[in-house]
Design a protein around this ligand. Sequence first.
Ligand code: 5GP
Length: 186
Amino acid sequence: MSNMVIIAAPSAAGKTTLIKRYLESNKNAMFAVSHTTREKRKDEVNGKDYHFVSDEEFKMMILSEDFIEWALVHDKHYGTSYSELDKALEKDALLVLDIDVQGAILLKGQNIDAKYVFIMPPSIEELKNRLLERKTETEEQLKKRIWNAKREIEYADKFDLIIVNNDLDEAYNKLKKYIDSIKTGV
Ligand code: 5GP
């Protein structure tokens, strides 16, 4: 039985909302808190959403081989540390990773035993609207995220499951059903 679910998506596909909802109602699952060098957003909590670190700290962690994977996403560093995996193992919990598409493909290429889920936005147009609504990006960042999203979608068929996030409830039910089936092994 795999005890890790790797969830990837272009930004603003609704991935974080889906993951948060799953974790709130499933206490035997744990979120792998990544390290990042990007600035903390207003509603985020250090140590809960991310471990926010400096470029120097991140570089030190790379050198110490603390990461199972790390990537440069929209010009900032993001990485999943081995210690997050250890925490889940200790608690015998299912570990949920929220990572970018390149990170997921990298782990899959290394045959890391996990289930790989791709959250697909209904369309690029809808994705653009969601990013605009979110108002967390500058125009330059927004363009970069859209460009990246188009590239990332090309990798969707490498995943075990693709969930189109057209309707949040429907997408959530599919995700929950899939993760529950991993836990029970059926
Ligand atoms: P955001 O800045 O919007 O929180 O995240 C940007 C992207 O970085 C998202 O696609 C998110 O899944 C990804 N990301 C977050 N943590 C990690 C990580 O540890 N590794 C990788 N490869 N990507 C990550």
